[in-house]
Design a protein around this ligand. Structure first.
Ligand SMILES: [Ca+2]
Length: 336
């Protein structure tokens, strides 16, 4: 009997030792490529500055999208210069028009001639290379039209086997302004064919549709600590916001809607959002319609804790721990 009991006790001890949860291994940062139409609406500037602060991600490449992508590349370069992140290469995406940037005043005459970082004139080629060079599957965060991505898939469809797409895209049940009516969302209608191409690609897709991101804005009270912050990323977004051509269209002292920050967040976490798999198709008018025959996309259809997301956003731009490591605080750009 005693030997049986001893054996039992010994096995319990062994079980107890092995059942102990292993110490949580530190999570590796998520490698990402940001494909952005920065320079039109101001939310891309917030999303870019946000991603550069987050330890959860490793930004490997930034590609500019839509309209005057050459000017947009200069805009990104000036931002990286300001934030001491010229280590991140920039790729100039497909130029679709010469429309002037809404952040032209902040950009000023900043020139690439004295820029320290790498600029790839063919951003689509740089994106393809970056996908293949990554040891682990890379996350493409698309916060503009999908023109570059469709072109990349056309040149090399195999990238869809090695990447995951996280996009600010579409409108499933809720449209602009929080209305319970589906909208044709801007990133889709800017290039519907490209969007149909990226939806058909076999990579896993995650969307922040208007359903969750369409009403995310900071109130004056929530924006105040960012306005007051000496954090270089906070100063960057505030300066850009105040000089943004559309600033006058936003009433009050809060921010405009920060759609793209939700897609940026979904690149490394989704726990604050209400996620659901939705089979969806894109019609020729740019509506993203639930359809059993469609492709399954993981969509942020709402919020589990919207308040905490706003807090996360404010903290990203004001945390002193992050600010202290933010290099180049106060480093002037080469043209202002
Ligand atoms: Ca955008």
């Amino acid at each position: 009997v005693w030997s049986t009991l001893l054996l039992l006790a010994a096995s319990c001890l062994v079980l107890a030792v092995f059942a102990r949860p292993a110490a949580a291994a530190p999570r590796q940062p998520v490698p990402i490529i940001l494909d952005t139409d920065i320079g039109d609406d101001i939310d891309d500037t917030w999303a870019l500055a946000m991603l550069l602060q987050r330890p959860e991600v490793d930004v490997r490449l930034i590609v500019t999208a839509l309209n005057d992508t050459h000017a947009k590349t200069r805009l990104v370069a000036k931002m990286l210069d300001r934030l001491g992140r010229t280590d991140i290469p920039i790729g100039t995406g497909v130029r679709t028009s010469s429309q002037p940037l809404n952040q032209a005043r902040w950009l000023g005459r900043f020139s690439l001639s004295s820029y320290e970082g790498v600029v790839h004139p063919d951003g689509v080629a740089a994106l393809i290379t970056s996908v293949h060079e990554s040891a682990e599957p890379i996350t493409i965060v698309a916060i503009g039209a999908h023109t570059n991505l469709a072109e990349a898939l056309k040149r090399d469809p195999s990238i869809a086997q090695k990447a995951r797409l996280v996009a600010m895209a579409g409108s499933i049940h809720i449209g602009y302004g929080g209305l319970k009516k589906r909208s044709a969302e801007v990133n889709v209608i800017s290039d519907i064919e490209a969007f149909q191409t990226t939806l058909a690609a076999p990579w896993p897709s995650v969307w922040a549709p208007l359903d969750s991101c369409g009403t995310v804005a900071l109130s004056a009270e929530e924006f105040a600590p960012i306005r007051a912050s000496k954090h270089p990323a906070a100063r960057l977004v505030v300066e850009n916001y105040d000089l943004w051509a559309n600033r006058g269209t936003v009433l009050g002292e809060g921010t405009s809607i920060l759609y793209d920050t939700v897609a940026a967040y979904l690149a490394y976490d989704g726990s604050l959002c209400q996620m659901a798999d939705v089979a969806v198709r894109v019609d020729d008018q740019g509506y993203t319609i639930p359809d059993e025959q469609g492709r399954v996309v993981s969509c942020a259809l709402g919020w589990r804790n919207r308040k905490n997301f706003i807090h996360h956003l404010v903290e990203t731009f004001t945390s002193s721990a992050i600010a202290e490591t933010g290099a180049a605080a106060g480093k002037p750009g080469n043209a202002g």
